[in-house]
Design a protein around this ligand. Structure first.
Ligand code: SF4
Ligand code: SF4
Length: 176
C-alpha cells in the first residue's frame, strides 16, 4: 500500500535508525544522506531502508505535529506489539514536551487494554511509558526482552516494566 504522505524534506530516520547492511549505528547520520535532498544512493539503498516507513508517513491519523522533522520523534511499531517513539539524540527531551508526552501516556493506557506497549528510545536507552509512571530501562542489550504489563501484587494489580535478560528467555522450539 502506498504511504498516506511523503517524506518531503524529512530524513530523520536516516539519522536515528541503525542500518546493518551499511554498518551504520543508531543515532548518527547515514553518510549517504544529504538533508534536505535525501538519500544519495536512493536507487541502490539497502532493503532495510526500502522496508521502513514511520507511522507518521503511513497514517494521516497522526497530526502534522508528529512530522518527525518537527517533533524530533520517529514513531514505528516493532512486531505489531511495541510502539517505539525513537527520539533524536540531538533533542533528547523532545518526548517530554506537549503534546507528545500526553499522547504517549494516552497510548500507554490503550496499551494496557490490548494495544501496543509504549517505549521511548533515546540512543541505546529505553524508557517504558506506563499509565502511572515512566520506567528507565537503561541500555537494553541485543537479544534481551522487555516485559510491560500488569502484575498482581499484595497491594493489588500494578503496572510493571522490566528487562528480561536473553539468558532467561526460553529458546523457541523449531516447528517439527
Ligand atoms: S522519519 Fe518518516 S517521514 Fe521522516 S524520512 Fe523517515 S520515513 Fe520519511
Ligand atoms: S542509505 Fe539512504 S535511505 Fe538508507 S539510511 Fe542512508 S540515506 Fe537513508
Amino acid at each position: 500500500m502506498a504511504p498516506a504522505r511523503d517524506c518531503g524534506t524529512c530524513s530523520l530516520c536516516c539519522k536515528l535508525l541503525g542500518i546493518g547492511a551499511l554498518g551504520k549505528p543508531t543515532g548518527s547520520w547515514c553518510p549517504h544522506c544529504a538533508p534536505p535532498a535525501g538519500c544519495g544512493i536512493y536507487e541502490s539503498r539497502p532493503q532495510e531502508c526500502r522496508d521502513f516507513a514511520c507511522l507518521w508517513l503511513e497514517s494521516e491519523a497522526l497530526g502534522e505535529e508528529w512530522r518527525p522533522s518537527r517533533s524530533k520523534i520517529v514513531l514505528y511499531l516493532v512486531d505489531g506489539e511495541r510502539l517505539v517513539a525513537h527520539v533524536d539524540v540531538g533533542s533528547p527531551a523532545a518526548w517530554r514536551s506537549e503534546p507528545y508526552y500526553g499522547q504517549l501516556k494516552s497510548w500507554a493506557r490503550q496499551g494496557m487494554r490490548g494495544g501496543p506497549k509504549v517505549v521511548v528510545r533515546v540512543g541505546e536507552r529505553l524508557v517504558a511509558i506506563l499509565p502511572d509512571r515512566d520506567v528507565d530501562l537503561g541500555r537494553v542489550a541485543r537479544g534481551d526482552g522487555i516485559f510491560i504489563g500488569e502484575r498482581m501484587t499484595p497491594a493489588g494489580p500494578s503496572y510493571v516494566a522490566e528487562v528480561i535478560p536473553a539468558a532467561a528467555i526460553p529458546a523457541q522450539t523449531p516447528p517439527s
